[in-house]
Design a protein around this ligand. Structure first.
Ligand code: 8YV
Length: 328
């Protein structure tokens, strides 16, 4: 019997391809050629499954053109590249990759906070440029992390991981804002207190964004929100580009209306707003919060688990629209 046909949309660990080949007839983009929408549609016309990595848009247009498709497995916890409603209408299962990246991503969120508050990359550039000729009392003096107020916008699993690092590791006072207040036991475990968004913006010394992107969170941190932050505050975005208005942030940083920012995600990435590239008080990283080898492998394997489970057993490990399974 012929194996179900699937497409792997981006280059991935060779062992992941080997694992997929045990179950499927695999076509993969191991050369990592940039695929246009039309190219992706062309690849998916005769496929029942696709392994995506977060950048491939699965929407009405694609689904209408790719009638064989039964499952899209995202190797990412965020799934704003999926139009889940359209997928449900077309009977296509959507899966993401939660949990396996939580601690790694929380580690990175904290690392970016530390690098931003303590001006680590800015001072390294200064040293590498040969500008360090003598010590001075205020050279790269930043802000303290220990004992400061840590604000978290978006208190899902990763937000909770950052809260615990701040509360237990650095004695921080943790406040958060979220669509819904956490239950008392989870709040106690994170030593975190629920506040309004306004209070969060006004009180945080370090504000970390970890909320999912959706049209309703677009520019959740725009000029008006940034204006409410303390002039001494730092802002860290490990969520998604588009949650911060990057142009407004660049202006606020340039005018020192907030002290510094750490950004792992950008509006329109991999393009970065040109103003951000010329401002010293911002740490910039290329969307690497989940990037450790074990975690990226675990994320990829979870996407594979979903493909195998659905296409061979009609089950899914982490479905986003499980109603599709019931109807099949
Ligand atoms: C991914 C992420 O690396 O999981 C997510 O939502 O943002 C990152 O961990 C990225 O989406 C590419 O897969």
């Amino acid at each position: 019997m012929s194996k179900p046909k699937i497409f792997v949309a981006r280059a991935i660990f060779p062992e992941i391809i080997t694992r997929l080949e045990q179950h499927f007839d695999v076509e993969s983009n191991q050369n990592d050629v940039t695929l246009s929408k039309a190219d992706l549609i062309g690849k998916l016309k005769d496929k029942v499954g696709v392994f995506t990595t977060g950048g491939e848009r699965i929407d009405e247009e694609l689904l209408s053109a790719c009638k064989q498709l039964r499952i899209c497995a995202n190797m990412a916890v965020g799934y704003n590249n999926f139009d889940v409603d359209a997928m449900t209408r077309h009977g296509v299962l959507a899966t993401n990759a939660p949990d396996v990246l939580t601690e790694t991503t929380a580690d990175f969120g904290f690392a970016l906070l530390m690098a931003t508050a303590r001006r680590i990359t800015e001072s390294e550039h200064y040293l590498r440029a040969g500008k360090w000729t003598k010590w001075s009392y205020d050279m790269f003096a930043g802000s303290d992390v220990h004992g400061a107020t840590l604000g978290i916008l978006g208190m899902g699993r990763i937000g909770q991981g950052i809260a615990k690092r701040g509360a237990y590791g650095f004695g921080m006072n943790v406040v958060y804002h979220n669509r819904s207040k956490l239950d008392a036991a989870t709040e106690a475990a994170c030593k975190a207190r629920y506040v309004s968004k306004e209070e969060l913006l006004k009180t945080a010394d370090h504000l970390v964004l970890v909320l999912p992107y959706s049209p309703s969170s677009h520019h959740a941190m725009g000029a008006a929100e940034i204006a409410q932050m303390k002039p001494s505050a730092t802002l860290v975005n490990i969520a998604r580009g588009g949650i911060v208005d990057d142009a407004a942030l660049a202006l606020a940083l340039r005018e020192k209306r907030i002290a510094a920012a750490g950004l792992d995600v950008f509006e329109g990435e991999p393009k970065v707003h040109p103003d951000l590239l010329t401002i010293p008080n911002v740490v910039l990283t290329p969307h690497i919060a989940s990037a450790t080898v074990p975690t990226r492998l675990a994320m990829a394997n979870l996407a594979v688990d979903n493909l195998i489970s659905y296409l061979t057993k009609n089950k899914a490990v982490t479905p986003l629209n499980p109603s599709v399974i019931a109807t099949k």
